[in-house]
Write a new protein. Structure first.
Length: 218
């Protein structure tokens, strides 16, 4: 997928390069993912007061008790999601739209839903500014998925439910993958669920920490 992002600028180039080296050291191997994360301006997805920390490998607050995910986690989940070469992806939890921006440069079509309505205008603006036109956004309860656009080749969830919502499993194609953190509090695991007909297999990847997946709108 060809990126439409232009004009990185040299000011943050070294800090971006250092971040990419850290991701490599932590085991990220997909060069497409690394290159997209190198050129995606993460500082545009955080408050200006936090822009100096944008290329640290850490989660940062974006308001409403939500965060922009740690770059390693974004890279890891994206790398896993790309394993079956998806053409159509659903993201649960738009947030700042950083993860959606990364996916949009790697997948032909991205759908993303966000429970908190107040986050969506800025998310849309950022994607427009980066000329990423292959993303559709919607305010919705993430536990519902987006049934009107289903099925999806892959679904990526950026908040942790205590149990995996059945609606998300139902919206996968045969052979599709759900990449999702599961668990409560500090006891969370990044899991990959693969659909085979009416059967689902689960592989646990590593321990993670995400905000909880909450139903309803806000």
């Amino acid at each position: 997928m060809r990126s439409h992002i232009r004009g990185i600028g040299m000011t943050s180039q070294r800090t971006r390069d250092r971040l990419i080296e850290r991701l490599r050291e932590k085991g990220i191997r997909n060069e497409q993912v690394l290159e997209v994360m190198r050129r995606t301006p993460r500082h545009l997805f955080v408050d200006e007061a936090l822009s100096s920390r944008a290329y640290e490998d850490t989660a940062l607050p974006i308001g409403f008790n939500q965060t922009i995910s740690q770059p390693y986690i974004v890279a890891r989940m994206t790398e896993i999601l790309l394993a079956n070469t998806p053409q159509k992806v659903l993201e649960i939890g738009t947030g700042s739209a950083y993860q959606a921006a990364v996916l949009a440069q790697l997948v032909p079509k991205v759908y993303t839903v966000e429970r908190i309505l107040a986050l969506l205008p800025l998310a849309r603006q950022r994607l427009r500014e980066l000329n990423l036109r292959n993303v559709s956004l919607k305010q919705s309860d993430g536990t519902w998925g987006w049934p009107q656009q289903a099925p999806f080749d892959a679904i990526l969830v950026t908040a942790a439910p205590a149990e995996i919502p059945q609606a998300l499993l139902d919206q996968l194609v045969d052979g599709g993958r759900l990449v999702i953190p599961v668990g409560a509090g500090s006891d969370q695991t990044l899991a990959v669920i693969t659909r085979r007909g009416d059967q689902y297999s689960r592989e646990d990847i590593e321990s993670v920490t995400f905000v909880p997946l909450v139903g309803g709108g806000a």
